[in-house]
Ligand binder design. Structure first.
Ligand SMILES: Cc1cc2nc3c(=O)[nH]c(=O)nc-3n(C[C@H](O)[C@H](O)[C@H](O)COP(=O)(O)OP(=O)(O)OC[C@H]3O[C@@H](n4cnc5c(N)ncnc54)[C@H](O)[C@@H]3O)c2cc1C
Length: 475
C-alpha cells in the first residue's frame, strides 16, 4: 500500500461501479475517507438571474448522494458530507485526518477546472499528494487517435476516427469492503432543499418518467429499458418521440451526475447484442453516447468559447435580450402550441425530449431572435440532466454558432409538429385548454374561425395566447 489514508473527493462520479477514481484510491490506500461537498456556488444565481441549480436537479442530487452514502455504509465505510467550497473543505479534511493523498475525477469546463486548480494549489501547500482520473466519457481522453487539442471540427470525422482507432476500456469493479473512516471525523448530514434555498418540486402526474437519483435507480432504469421492456430493440425508430417513458433511454440524468458511467452502458449494450439482438437501434444508442463524448472533448479543447455569444465559430449574431419574449418562451405562452407544450413540460418536470429541445432552442434564437445564452441558462436551471458540455455544445449548434456542417439549420415548428405530433396528442397532454381542437387547428389555433371558436370553446387571447411572432408556414 502506497498510502495509509486517502481522501476520495466525489464530483460527477456518484457511483461505486466503474469508478476508476475510487478503484485507484482503494488499491493504493489502507483507509479511504470519501467526501462529497455541496458546492455553495452551485446554488447561487446564473448571469441572467436564474437559480443555477433548480429544484428538480437539486432533489435528484440529494437522492443520488443519499444512495452513495448508503452504499459506503454497506461496505463498512461512510460518506462525509459538507456544504461550502470543495477547494477549502477537502484540504482541511485531509489535514485533519493526516491523509497522504487526495483522489478525484477530472472535469472539462471552466468553473470546475478553476476549483481543481485551487484545490491542487492548497494541497501542494500542505504537501499532500493528489491523483486525478479522467472518466466522464465513453472513450478515454488518452485513447483518442489525436490529442484533445486536435479534436476534429466536425462530429462525423471525430466519430469515424474513434470508432476505427480507439477502444472502449473495460469497466472497473466496485470495492467489496472498506475500512471504517477515522472516528474523529464528523460525518455531516445531507442538507435539505430548503437549506439550499429551494422548495421541493411537486410531482406532475403527466411526467414522462419519475426521475429518482442514485446508482441503484440508474441500474433499475437500465434493467427496465434494456431487459424488461426490451425498448432498446426499437430505440432508433422511437428516439424522436415526445410522450411516455420508453421512446428514449432517459439515462441522461444519471449520466450527468455520474450515477452510471457511459462505459457501463456500452458494456450492457454489448451484452444485449449478444443475448438478444444487434441492430441499428443498439448501435444508435452508442452513437448518441459518442455525441456526448464529442461535446465533452469540445469543451476541453475550446474552453470558454462555448459560453460566448459568438460561440464556437466566433460568429457575430444579432440577438436581443428581450425580457418579454424570453418570458413568454420560458413560461410556454408564445402562442405556438408545439413550442409551448415542450416549455411547459420542462417547467413542470425538469425534462424535455431531444426533439423538443432542438425545436424550442431554434424557436428562441431563429424566430424570437433572443440571445441563446438566456435559453441555455434557463435549461441549466431547470434540467434534471443538465450537463455543462452537452447543454452549451447543443445550444451552440442550434443557435448556428457551433460546428454544424449544415449551415443555418432551422426547425420550422409547424412542420416539426406535423411530423412528430401528427395527431396533436403531445400538445393536448401539456395544453389541456386546447384539447378539444382537432388537427390541424391543434397546432395552428391562430387560424381558428369565429364559428370554430364557439364550437370548440376556445377563444384566442382569452384561453390561449395569440402568437407573439408571425408563424412561418410549414412548407
Ligand atoms: C438545446 C439542447 C440542450 C441540451 N442539453 C443537454 C444537457 O444539459 N444534458 C444532456 O445530457 N443532454 C442535453 N441535450 C442532449 C439531449 O437532448 C439529451 O441528452 C436527451 O434528450 C436525454 O434523453 P435520453 O437520455 O432519453 O436520451 P437518449 O436518446 O436515450 O440518448 C442516450 C444518451 O446519449 C446522450 N445524448 C443523446 N443525444 C445527445 C446530444 N444531442 N448531445 C449530447 N449527448 C446526447 C445522452 O447522454 C443520453 O442520455 C441537449 C440537447 C439540446 C438540443
Amino acid at each position: 500500500m502506497a498510502y495509509q489514508t486517502s481522501i476520495v473527493w466525489f464530483r460527477n462520479d456518484l457511483r461505486l461501479r466503474d469508478n476508476e477514481t475510487l478503484f485507484r484510491a482503494n488499491e493504493s490506500s489502507k483507509t479511504l475517507v470519501p467526501i462529497f461537498v455541496f458546492d455553495e456556488r452551485h446554488f447561487g444565481a446564473t448571469r441572467f438571474g436564474f437559480k443555477k441549480t433548480g429544484a428538480f436537479r437539486a432533489k435528484f442530487l440529494l437522492e443520488s448522494v443519499a444512495d452513495l452514502k448508503r452504499s459506503f455504509q454497506e461496505l463498512g465505510s461512510d460518506l462525509v458530507l459538507r456544504v461550502g467550497k470543495p477547494e477549502l473543505i477537502v484540504p482541511e479534511l485531509a489535514r485533519q485526518v493526516g491523509a497522504d493523498a487526495v483522489f478525484f475525477s477530472e472535469e472539462s469546463t471552466d468553473e470546475e477546472l478553476t476549483v481543481e486548480r485551487n484545490l491542487k494549489r492548497a494541497l501542494h501547500t500542505h504537501t499532500i499528494k493528489f491523483h486525478t482520473v479522467w472518466q466522464s466519457t465513453l472513450y478515454h481522453k488518452n485513447d483518442l487517435p489525436f490529442s484533445p487539442e486536435k479534436l476534429p471540427d466536425v462530429f462525423t470525422t471525430f466519430r469515424k476516427q474513434v470508432e476505427k482507432f480507439a477502444k472502449v476500456r473495460a469497466p472497473f469493479p466496485a470495492p467489496k469492503t472498506l475500512n471504517p473512516i477515522p472516528p474523529s471525523v464528523e460525518v455531516g448530514a445531507i442538507p435539505t432543499l430548503e437549506q439550499l434555498g429551494l422548495t421541493s418540486p411537486t410531482d406532475d402526474a403527466r411526467a414522462a418518467i419519475r426521475f429518482k437519483g442514485g446508482e441503484r435507480e440508474a441500474w433499475k432504469r437500465l434493467d427496465d429499458y434494456f431487459w424488461k421492456t426490451d425498448s432498446l430493440r426499437r430505440y432508433k425508430e422511437t428516439r424522436n418521440g415526445l410522450l411516455g417513458a420508453n421512446y428514449s433511454s432517459k439515462f441522461s440524468a444519471w449520466l450527468a451526475n455520474g450515477s452510471i458511467s457511459p462505459r457501463t452502458i456500452y458494456d450492457e449494450v454489448k451484452r444485449y447484442e449478444s443475448e438478444r439482438i444487434a441492430n441499428e437501434s443498439t448501435y444508435w444508442l452508442i452513437f448518441e453516447l459518442i455525441w456526448r463524448d464529442y461535446f465533452r472533448f469540445l469543451s476541453l479543447k475550446l474552453g470558454n468559447r462555448i459560453f460566448k455569444k459568438r460561440g464556437i465559430k466566433n460568429q457575430p449574431v444579432a440577438l436581443s435580450q428581450d425580457e418579454e419574449k424570453f418570458q413568454a418562451w420560458a413560461e410556454g405562452r408564445t402562442g405556438v402550441p408545439f413550442i409551448d407544450a415542450n416549455m411547459r413540460e420542462l417547467r413542470a418536470t425538469g425534462f424535455m425530449s431531444n426533439r423538443g429541445r432542438q425545436n424550442v432552442a431554434s424557436f428562441l434564437v431563429k424566430d424570437l431572435k433572443v440571445d441563446w445564452r438566456m435559453g441555455a441558462e434557463w435549461f441549466e436551471s431547470l434540467l434534471v440532466d443538465y450537463d455543462v458540455a452537452s447543454n452549451y455544445g447543443n445550444w451552440n449548434y442550434v443557435a448556428g454558432v457551433g460546428n454544424d456542417p449544415r449551415e443555418d439549420r432551422y426547425f420550422n415548428p409547424l412542420r416539426q409538429a406535423s411530423m412528430y405530433d401528427p395527431n396533436g396528442d403531445y400538445v393536448r397532454h401539456w395544453i389541456p385548454e386546447l384539447s378539444k381542437l382537432p388537427v390541424p387547428l391543434i397546432h395552428e389555433p391562430h387560424k381558428i374561425s369565429p364559428m370554430e371558436s364557439t364550437l370548440y370553446g376556445v377563444e384566442l387571447g382569452r384561453d390561449y395566447p395569440r402568437p407573439i411572432v408571425r408563424i412561418k408556414s410549414a412548407e
